[in-house]
Each structure stands twice: as structure tokens, then as C-alpha cells.
Design a protein. Sequence first.
Length: 416
Amino acid sequence: MSVHRATPAPRMHWGLLLTAAAMLMITMGVRQTTGLFVTPIHESTGVGIAAISFALAIGQFVWGAVQPVFGAIADKQGSTRILVAGGLLLAGGMALTPFMSSQWGLMFTLGLLTAAGAGAGSFSILIGATASRLAPEKRSFAAGFINAGGSLGQFVFAPLVQLAITATGWGVAMFGLAAASLLTLPLAWPLRRKPAPAAAASGAVATGTSPAEMTLREQLRLASRDRSYWLLHLGFFTCGFHIAFLVTHLPGEIALCGLQPSVAGASIALIGLFNVLGSLVAGALGQRYRMKMILAVMYASRAVMIVIYLVSPPTPMTFYIFAAALGFTWLATVPPTAGLIGKLFGPRYLGTLFGLTLLSHQIGGFFGAWLGGVAIERLGDYSWMWYADIVLALIAAMANLPIREKSPRLLAVGAT
């Protein structure tokens, strides 16, 4: 007589998720507070606001550009070396910045070193390092949980960085961030990851080569022909524009309103705090509802929030409410976007494919950070940037509606 034993449910691997969230908390906490340094660097070095903004815009692009490259390396060789190298680059860039007094120097440190280091320890690498160890139905929540770590870092770091700048000067504050970046090094070991075995692939397998057996080139060719994948890129481009503009220029907007720098630090912290909740909610909803609808609602809500902000009085409470509301969707777009990519193509090359969408995100981020600086120098305020934000948010919302949440291989089989 044979005895049937039920297959145990896959574990959530909480230790792994906590480690990934802790690393993202540091890298995003360091990266998302650089906007607080724009005015101090300008006043200390005489480098123009637009020039500093361009250096940070280069950083936005580099942060996105390195992720598919690092993701591909991690998909093939494991994550440990990438994560360690990222921590060292991030710390080195922060430590060297106080010695730079030109736009080219800032482009090297803030635009290249720190951005590359933060990219090596960011979403695509960390989500890719965990996805293959989790059941498909748990990946959306896991992505939200890891993403919440990054938002928590913004909440923790922003007021501390603003306090350090005020009390000790921006150079000492930069050295403090460099020291904090080194804390990522011991976190790399628990996240070590070998390439996912064939059995680890999720997603239905049609006839022919399964997702697990595909080469990276074959997977990229399949993704490049999929309309839904490109629509995710379009939505993420607009998301990057919003976030980079705000994280770089919200302190300047607050200064234009005659408010204290502490309002900027508190606002950026509130964005991070409320995105912890938003990321967890988005990750949980992704297990129950269509992820493309979650994305469409989040993008559309941003347009509404900006309109309300523009017609509200410029008081500290207005900025706090705006920051809290916007923070709920800030990077809560990451879990459903990563979840959709995993659903379409499986986890085998998730680090690469999600890294490419993050490149689109950061191309948008480049323009958001740079054009914000151009606007303030040439027009004297950010009005046209806010209008562009509204239009792009509505475009992103509409772009997500026609996304199909089935594997392109299954769609091809069903059509035959």
C-alpha cells in the first residue's frame, strides 16, 4: 500500500528577504538623499544648479544602465561579487565627492561611481537573487517587501542627512554616507546566488524550448518582440521622470516657497515612509488582482495628486500631505512591474529583463533631473515640469491598459 504525501508549500525565506531589504535600505537611502546636497554644493563650490543637476542626471542614467549588465552577470555567475563591488563603488564615490569642485568631478563621483555602486545593489539584482527561490505566487509580495526596504532607507536617511548637513556641513555628511555604504558588504554573503537550475523556471512551458532552457540571447529576442514588455518600459520611463525630478528638485521647490530646509528633509522622509506601506500593499494586491490595473491606477493617481498640489497653498502641511500621498505610489510600481515580467518570461533571466526596464526608468530619470535644473535656471520656477509630470502620468496609465498578462510563448501556441 502506497502512502500519498502532500507536497509542502514553498517557504517564504524570510531571512533572505530581510537581508535583501536591508541592503536596498542602505543603497536607496544613500542614493535618494542626494537632492539634499544640491544647494550646499552649489553654495560651497560655485558650480551652477543646472550643472549639478546634470551630474545627478548622469547618475540617474548610469544607475539604470548598469542594472541589465550587472543583472546578466548575476544571472550567469551569481550575485555575491556584484553586490560587494557595488558597495565599494558606492562608498568610494561618496567619500570622494567632498574633494570635487567642478562639474566634471561631480559627474565622476555622483554621476558614475555612486550611481554604478547603487545600481549593483538595487532592485534587479536583489529581486533576481530571491525570485528563483520562491514559488511564483509569492514573488509579487517578495518584490514588494524588498522594495519597502528601499523606501524605509529613504525615511531613515533623509532626516539624518539633513541634520548632518546643517550641523557639520555637507562634506562630513557625505563621509557618513560613505561609511554607511560599507555596511552592505557583509549582507552580500547571505544573498549569494548561483544561476537558477532548469527546474526553477516558472511560467507555463509550451512546446519547444522552455524558458529555463533558453539562452539569454533567445530570451532577449523573445522579449524584444513582445508589445506588453515595451509598454512596461514606457510606463517605467514616466515613473523615472517623476521620481528623479522630485528627489532632485523637491528641496529647491520648497526653498522657492520660502520654507526651511527641514521641510525638505521631512518631506523626503515621508515619501519613503509611505512608500513602505505602498510597496507592501502593491505586492499583496499583485497576488489577487491584475498587475497592469494596479499600475494604471497608480500612474493616474499621480496626475491627480500633482493637480491638487498645484492649486494648494505652499505651506509645510501641503508638502507633507503631498509627500505622503505621492509616497504611497513612489516606487510601489516596482513589485507589479517585476511581477509582470516574471509572469511573462519566468525568473531565469529576471535580473536582466527587469534591469532593462529599469534602464528605461532611468532614461526618464535623466530627463527629470536634468530638465528640472534647466527649468529653474531659465524660467525661474518648476511650473512646466509639473505640467509635464501630469501629462506623462496619464500616458503611463493608458499605456498599461492593453498589456496582456500571459506568456508570449503561450499566446503564440494558442494562435496556432
